[in-house]
Design a protein around this ligand. Sequence first.
Ligand code: NAP
Length: 380
Amino acid sequence: MNKIPVAILGATGLVGQRFITLLANHPWFEIAELAASDNSVGKKYGDAAKWQLPFEIPERLAQMTVLPSDPERVQAPLVFSALPTDIAGELEVAFAKRGAIVSSNASPHRMDADVPLVIPEVNPEHLALAETQKKKYASDGYIICNGNCTTIHLALGLAPLHKRFGLKKVLVTSMQALSGAGYPGVASLDIIDNVVPYIGGEEDKVETETVKFLGRLKGNEGNGGSLRSPVSDLAIEYADIRISAHCNRVATRDGHLETVSVEFEGNGVANKPSAGDIIAAFDEFRGLPQELNLPLAPNRPTVYRREKDRPQVKLDRDAEKGMATIIGRLRECNVLDYKFVLLGHNTLRGAAGATVLNAELLYAQGMLNNVGLSAGRIVG
Ligand code: NAP
């Protein structure tokens, strides 16, 4: 089968390394180009990357020469971006203008009105926004984004509840792993024997991205819900949920833990779901990735653990290939209605895994059908 050639921007960083392992033997995508900063350009990837994962770098990729992150030099039609925030904004647009489809893990475009911010199990219909960018860029290129690492897991945990019962208020406190800050990340003397109650910009991302994920696509009513609508007046109506987030950095390596309290719509106890209803919603939640059997899809996107002391970071972050949100400790809340704990892998489902799953959804929806074919760059 012909595979689509792909490039990785920010390939040498922590998220870039996850892209390498997720894409090295992918059934649909073939890594064709690796790009990073001027510090790495011209070096062999194996020499440039400060490799942090407990797997060998595949030999073919270790020998690849790192390219500059320049849309004229990086030619692949599908681009995975793990660029730093301060340069991702302009560079991703430049790639889209040269016709590339950019599946981004970076934050600058997540809240743009015409950029789909997608979790494939939660809001795949938002992909229709991508078409509106083609006009803006006068090319076949566009940008789609996954969310912040804490937000993706929060939104995955809230989606089964919001879709079934409706949510009104959410309080969330995160305990976020060190790998969330990239490499080398937080200085050791700042974090050993410590918890840092501040992560720049994080609380705002959790509060705003979540209501976009859980929001409703408007302006698409007339076309039967096609994900490839040519309609250009599409917009996302944000979910009407008030969210308050506290974000903390803790000294774990991978895996963000979040304690969550929720209030449901509807007045009076009689209208609220029972604990059994809520657990059933977590147990039964499935989406398009499971239906389409996407290569990286977890069997269960939300896993509810019945033990009284789970989920735990070290024990549960790798469940379902690191692609699920693990939930537990559901109980009544004295302030809102219910409270629970959730956990998710931040560099897999919270970053590179999310970006790859978004691209798999594009592929399965036929949105990559002619990508690369016209340029004759499909590799076999
Ligand atoms: P990282 O470990 O610091 O890696 C940064 C990457 O960007 C490296 O490949 C670096 O290349 C490259 N880079 C730096 N400056 C550049 C420049 N001027 N031009 C081109 N490339 C440049 O960071 P990370 O954790 O992988 O994060 C990457 C992106 O993902 C960020 O936007 C981050 O906010 C986002 N994100 C991260 C996580 C997470 O859990 N870590 C989760 C969600 C989102 P060199 O090696 O050559 O310097």
